[in-house]
Design a protein around this ligand. Structure first.
Ligand code: SF4
Length: 313
């Protein structure tokens, strides 16, 4: 085997990360022979090659000679020891047999809790009948933390009904709507505005109720399902009273009565309709109690003036 052929083989093994190979007899190997002392071939022992002729093409990756020979004996790749695996190269795992996919089991649906819905505005409905139907209501989760159901209070044949959001702590304790600080402000709003406008009404002359009749925990806003369930009693109350106008106090009341997601700021000041009944939306008194809401207070008084004049003029 010529030195150039040996060099090519060495270059081939060098590309594989092998620094030297061993020769004994006619065999080449990348690992030392166990029995006899093998002869080690390395680049240092080879005579320098004559310079290669310049080539226009980039040097191709050296390819092992197709039929190398060693000591005049013909040699092929089949004669070479098997190549070691390249370091750091992960072998793909053998493909797993794919089991035929079974249809995913369908989870059992929880049976929805049955809620007794009473038809809206039954014939000859009355507030007494609605209160009887409400009973010791446990139709929604708000019953769990309440002390008293706050059904509504005031003149049961009033031409004006105020609808709030839900009872707070004072209302929950007393069973009456709007008796806390927000309630006192509502009284002032009604009686003060009516007095200034020359309308002889007191708070007791109107009817006041809420969307939900039980206090939500931590005074949170009622949730849509709670509003929907309890709202049927509100609608029956409104249908039974048949007011000339409704005043919705705050976003929750506006949402329940008008079925809208618009905010109070957009809705207030203009007339809307619940069926054929005109509805004025204005701020909830508890919102007006915040010290930085002076503009809202003025707007609420304007809204109330419109309502009182519409109903009592
Ligand atoms: S909020 Fe209304 S529906 Fe819910 S438990 Fe109270 S009364 Fe019944």
């Amino acid at each position: 085997m010529s030195p150039e052929e040996i060099r090519r083989i060495l270059e081939f093994y060098q590309d594989l990360g092998i620094k030297s190979i061993y020769r004994r007899g006619s065999q080449l190997t990348a690992a030392p022979m166990p029995a006899a002392e093998p002869e080690t071939l390395s680049f240092d022992q080879l005579p320098p090659l004559p310079p290669r002729a310049p080539s226009a093409r980039p040097a191709a990756r050296p390819v092992p000679p197709p039929a190398p020979s060693f000591d005049d004996a013909p040699m092929t790749f089949d004669d070479l020891p098997p190549l070691p695996p390249k370091p750091g190269r992960l072998q793909p795992p053998p493909a797993r047999p794919v089991a035929p996919s079974a249809p995913a089991p369908v989870p059992a649906m929880a049976t929805p809790k049955k809620i007794d819905l009473i038809p809206l505005a039954p014939e000859n409905d009355s507030l007494q009948q609605i209160r009887t139907d409400l009973g010791d209501c446990k139709r929604c989760r708000l019953c769990e933390g309440r002390n008293k159901i706050v059904f509504g209070h005031g003149n049961e044949s009033s031409p004006l009904v105020f609808v709030g959001e839900g009872p707070g702590a004072d209302e929950d304790a007393s069973g009456l709507p709007f008796v806390g600080r927000a309630g006192q402000l509502l009284t002032q709003m009604i009686e003060g505005t009516a007095g200034k406008e020359g309308i002889a009404i007191k708070r007791a002359d109107v009817y006041i109720c809420n969307v939900v009749k039980c206090r939500p925990p931590e005074n949170r806003a009622p949730q849509p399902d709670e509003m929907e369930i309890c709202g049927q009693f509100l609608f029956r109350q409104l249908s039974a009273i048949k007011p000339k106008a409704i005043c919705a106090l705050g976003a929750t009341a506006a949402k329940a009565v008008l079925g809208t997601k618009e905010g109070v700021t957009k809705l207030r000041g203009n007339w809307h309709k619940w069926g054929e009944v005109p509805v004025m939306v204005t701020y909830h008194p508890s919102y007006l109690l915040r010290p930085y809401n002076q503009n809202a207070k003025r707007e609420a008084w304007e809204d109330l003036k419109k309502v009182l004049h519409f109903v009592y003029d």
